[in-house]
Structures are given as structure tokens and as C-alpha cells.
Design a protein. Structure first.
Length: 52
């Protein structure tokens, strides 16, 4: 059976790992290079309906 102390340690570790993964994901997403430029059709699709 798992002890309370081991469960606490596991919860702290998994919570910390999850937060680090979230921060890493956002860091990579912000610093990602954009791909090919958008075509005019894709630009029109990305605009809200009122702006067209």
C-alpha cells in the first residue's frame, strides 16, 4: 500500500512536471517560426465575418 508521504511526494512531482511541460509548450509555441505565408484565400478564411 502507498503511504501518505509517498502519495504526497508523487503528487508534488507530477504537478511540477505538468507545470514545466506547460511552460515548455508555451515557450516553444511563442518562439516557433511561421511556415509559408498565407495565400489570399487562407487570409480571408482567418478573418471574422464582419471584417470581410
Amino acid at each position: 500500500m502507498i503511504t501518505d508521504n509517498a502519495l504526497y511526494t508523487l503528487a508534488i512531482f507530477l504537478g511540477s512536471a505538468a507545470m514545466l511541460m506547460i511552460v515548455l509548450y508555451h515557450f516553444l509555441e511563442v518562439n516557433a517560426k511561421d511556415g509559408a505565408p498565407l495565400t489570399s484565400q487562407r487570409k480571408a478564411d482567418s478573418l471574422p465575418a464582419k471584417s470581410r
